[in-house]
Design a protein around this ligand. Structure first.
Ligand SMILES: Nc1ncnc2c1ncn2[C@@H]1O[C@H](COP(=O)(O)OP(=O)(O)OP(=O)(O)O)[C@@H](O)[C@H]1O
Ligand SMILES: [Mg+2]
Length: 869
């Protein structure tokens, strides 16, 4: 095979590889990226929009050409605005995605080097190990106990054994035991293989091309679509009512249709996708600056909604760099033989000259660094290996010494190893506890005479002799305590789920000031039903000696009533990462973990997650502002327009004018993603709450209508306005009230005084109001159907807007008082899980029922407004 690929055992020379890369192109699959036509289609596929265009074209041919042309021009501008913003967000998203690196170890000129997966070429010799996602189609050259999870290709969930033995030509894909396919995952063992196909030439390339690439919706997206459907129903009801009302009054039908459709378009928050995407992209870009890469933009908000974080221990609570600390031989054994046997039992075969540890096995790396130089492995030979697995928590080897004597060595978690030992003296057991109590990650080494066996028995026998313990130190991180406190303040409970010993984990938690409550072990968890587990997990912050399945089960159980994030970097964390609402991994993690994650941290640090969560909440809060806007004054305006069209003898605004009004309003709202967010709204997870939105709409919409009717009266009875002047007056008033209200709605506090909006927001809102006021004076105002307004109108306008904003503050006060009362009795987070029980009095856990939840803004702390930063 090597010859067929013009390669050799030591791999390709660097120049040769570069030359092949030039010819074959990078090893990547055809992009799944969104292209611009797709983004454009998203803007125009709105059925209301299509109907409106159709009606406008009809009107262009048969009737009012000026109005029809204005409608078309404005629609074009709206679509352009949405497209421009969404496209920019998409570009930012894919740039972020590209920053998640995937590397592989290849032999170049005989030496192992780490290169980007994209740089692989046919003929490269690569090394693969546990947890690696196979980067191209490979033919095995050597392997140790290798098996692969090929479910992405075959749908078969059981891992398949792999070996170098050739198979006959024409063998079915599932039976290709000497080949590793791109996209499959190494389930156990390790090996070397030569690349036979890259990029879209791979089997996976063909499959991926035919797969639907739609990803399942995130919690946030589900809420968003429900909300959009709700508005669509409101729009349809209103459109039908206006149309029928006008028809009964025998008004021109085409005009009525155009007008009704313009109102429908006005109500549907057309820019919602653009605002959401821009918010998310801005949020993601800010998070990227803080070393948080969001793989899917939609996860930004979900990150903000997290209220429980389940995390592993190594590298999160501890520094993650394991150092060999000391050996503790059992009675009757010495340090030398203990270290020698420990080294023999590493996955890397150190009896081979020049062997370097592969993969992410930290314990083996530490042993090779600190023990290998001083141990003489001369004469030893490896016959068989069973690599470490997270379920049995042991690894085993069969080795022969210089005299041909064969021994089986086992190393692993002390409890697991000791269970296979003949007899273990009490003092040796005590020694283990003492090491655990010091917080040392400790493994036991045991040995047995293997007679003349050639390979390891299927299950380890129980006649091992304990040789002793090897201890490793992984220091607690100094800044973790502060991060744990921040998380508690954010209403996020932290649970540590580790495969390490309970005593070691307890010591680490204690050192960090994390109260653990009543800890659970894997065995405890097995004995509990899901309901019992759900309750028990609330009373502890520590789950120790847990297997990968336990981690996944814990996450799954908690998700019933919580939004759960899981942080982990090992192969053993992948199932839980998949289960979690938000899977978080690190850039240095194993491929499977990184693949399963939604968010990748460039630094494995709790403080980075704190930033991620606050960033997510900020983004969510801003998105919700737009939603609130669309459902309050914007809705109110359209509602007034609907009523007025039936009550007045003429249309209160032409359809083109309505659309222009809507376009200007939308432009002003594009600044929302830049807005500041009150510190208070960051303190709690926020969720979609359709009931709350409906209540908001019903309370705020009519308030804006009252002022519209006031304006109608003013124009008709005080200024005795003609039709065009009337329309200009209402155009200016509705735009002013509609846009300025964002300054009130954006916060629970008193605007400007307690909470300041961003400068961009103030500027954009003010500019739009001014532009609106100027439009009736512009040279083309007559074409638009406007006449200039008398100056006293503006004095009245200032009065109307002023009273309106005051009234909104009063309604706001009532709304939040009711919302807070409606929330009912509040369950408290189990404070034992938080460091030093420093839980703010209002940290509560919110029950999310069937995707709806409690409210947008957290309860204000006894009127103490907090100034936003
Ligand atoms: N290479 C190894 N050889 C032998 N035993 C090991 C090895 N790696 C880990 N162990 C043992 O298995 C136990 C569980 O390790 P595992 O890596 O599954 O834990 P984990 O859940 O990833 O821990 P953490 O939360 O710290 O990341 C360790 O405490 C140790 O006793
Ligand atoms: Mg781990």
């Amino acid at each position: 095979m090597l010859r067929q690929c013009s390669s050799q055992k030591g791999g390709l020379a660097a120049q040769e590889a570069a030359a092949r890369l030039q010819k074959s192109g990078p090893n990547v699959l055809p992009s799944r990226r969104v292209t611009w036509p797709v983004v454009l289609w998203r803007q125009v596929k709105n059925p209301l929009l299509i109907l409106l265009v159709a009606a406008a074209v009809l009107s262009l041919v048969t009737g009012d050409q000026a109005n029809a042309s204005i409608i078309l021009v404005i629609l074009l501008a709206s679509v352009g605005l949405g497209f421009g913003n969404e496209w920019r967000a998409e570009c930012q998203a894919s740039a972020l995605h590209d920053r998640v690196s995937h590397t592989v170890v290849v032999l170049r000129g005989g030496a192992p080097v780490e290169v980007s997966v994209a740089d692989l070429v046919v003929g490269d010799v690569v090394r693969v190990g546990l947890g690696v996602v196979v980067p191209a189609d490979l033919r095995l050259l050597s392997s140790v106990d290798l098996s692969c999870d090929e479910s992405v290709i075959t749908g078969e969930s059981d891992a398949r054994e792999k070996s170098v033995d050739p198979v006959s030509a024409g063998t079915a894909l599932e039976e290709l035991s000497c080949a590793l396919m791109m996209g499959t995952v190494v389930h156990s063992g390790s090996g070397e293989a030569v690349v036979v196909a890259t990029g879209s030439d791979c089997v996976f390339g063909h499959i991926a091309a035919s797969l639907a690439t739609e990803l399942p919706q995130t919690g946030f997206q589900k809420g968003l679509s429900k909300f959009s459907m709700f508005l669509l129903y409101v729009a349809l009801a209103l459109t039908a009512a206006i149309f029928v009302g006008n028809a009964i009054l025998q008004r021109p039908l085409l005009d009525a249709l155009l007008y009704a459709l313009a109102i429908a378009v006005g109500i549907t928050p057309q820019l919602l996708p653009a605002v959401v995407n821009t918010s998310q992209a801005a949020g993601a870009a800010q998070l990227a600056k803080k070393d948080v890469l969001v793989k899917r933009l939609a996860c930004v908000e979900d990150l903000g909604n997290v209220d429980i974080l389940v995390t592993d221990k190594t590298g999160t609570l501890t520094q993650g760099h394991i150092d060999y600390c000391r050996s503790a031989p059992a009675r009757g054994h010495d340090q030398e033989s203990l270290e020698l046997l420990g080294l023999l039992c590493c996955e890397t075969d150190f009896t081979q000259p020049g062997a370097t540890p592969v993969g992410q096995n930290e314990i083996d790396r530490a042993l090779s660094e600190h023990v290998a130089p001083s141990v003489d492995l001369g004469g030893w030979r490896r016959l068989d290996l069973r690599p470490f697995d997270h379920v049995s928590r042991t690894s085993a080897v069969l080795n022969a010494d210089g005299d041909g004597r064969r021994v089986q060595v086992m190393k692993g978690a002390p409890e697991s190893v000791i269970s296979h030992c003949k007899e273990v003296a009490q003092e040796d057991r005590d020694q283990c506890h003492a090491l655990f109590a010091e917080g040392l990650r400790t493994i036991a080494v045991a040995v047995r005479d293997a007679g003349n066996a050639d390979e390891l028995p299927d299950s380890p026998p129980s006649d091992f002799t304990l040789v002793g313990y090897l201890s490793f130190l992984d220091q607690p991180k100094p800044d973790v305590e502060a991060s744990l406190r921040r998380l508690a303040e954010l209403g996020v409970a932290v649970k540590v789920a580790t495969g390490d010993s309970l005593v070691v984990a307890q010591k680490v938690c204690h050192d960090l000031g994390l109260e653990v409550g009543t800890p659970l072990t894997g065995e405890d968890i097995d004995a509990l039903s899901d309901d019992e587990l759900y309750d028990a997990v609330h009373h502890t912050a520590l789950l120790a000696r847990v297997s990968p399945e336990h981690k996944a089960r814990i996450v799954q159980t908690l998700r019933r009533h919580h939004n759960v994030a899981f942080l982990g970097d090992g192969v053993n964390d992948a199932p839980a990462l998949h289960q979690a609402d938000v899977g978080i991994s690190v850039d240095t993690a194993t491929d499977v973990a990184k693949d399963a994650a939604d968010v990748v941290l460039l630094k494995k640090d709790l403080s980075v997650i704190v930033d991620g969560i606050t960033g997510g909440r900020r983004t969510f809060a801003n998105t919700i502002k737009y939603v609130m806007m669309s459902t309050s004054s914007n809705f109110g305006n359209m509602f007034s327009a609907a009523i007025a069209s039936v009550v007045l003898p003429f249309l209160p605004m032409l359809s083109g004018q309505l659309l222009l009004n809507n376009l200007l309003y939308d432009i002003s709202q594009l600044a929302i993603p830049t807005d500041r967010v009150d510190e208070e709204s960051l303190r709690k997870p926020a969720h979609w709450d359709l009931k709350g939105i409906r209540r908001f709409m019903i309370m705020f919409g009519p308030v804006s209508s009252i002022f519209d009717f006031l304006t109608f009266a003013l124009m008709l009875f005080v200024f005795h306005a003609g039709t065009t002047e009337f329309r200009a007056g209402w155009f200016v008033e509705s735009l002013a009230t509609q846009t300025l209200i964002v300054l009130a709605i954006r916060t629970r506090c008193i605007p400007f005084w307690r909470s300041r909006p961003s400068r961009t927001m103030v500027v954009s809102v003010s500019c739009v109001v001014c532009v609106g006021a100027l439009i009736p004076y512009l040279p083309f105002a007559a074409e638009l159907g406007f006449a200039p307004l008398p100056l006293p109108f503006f004095a009245a306008l200032v009065g109307i807007v002023g009273v309106y904003l005051v009234l909104i503050e009063i309604v706001k006060w009532f709304y939040y008082r009711n919302a807070d009362q409606a929330e009912g009795p509040v369950e408290h987070h189990d404070t034992s899980a938080l460091p030093h029980s420093r839980v703010p009095s209002d940290v509560r856990h919110q029950r999310i029922v069937a995707g709806t939840a409690v409210r947008f803004w957290p309860k204000s702390q006894k009127g103490r407004g907090v100034r936003s930063r």
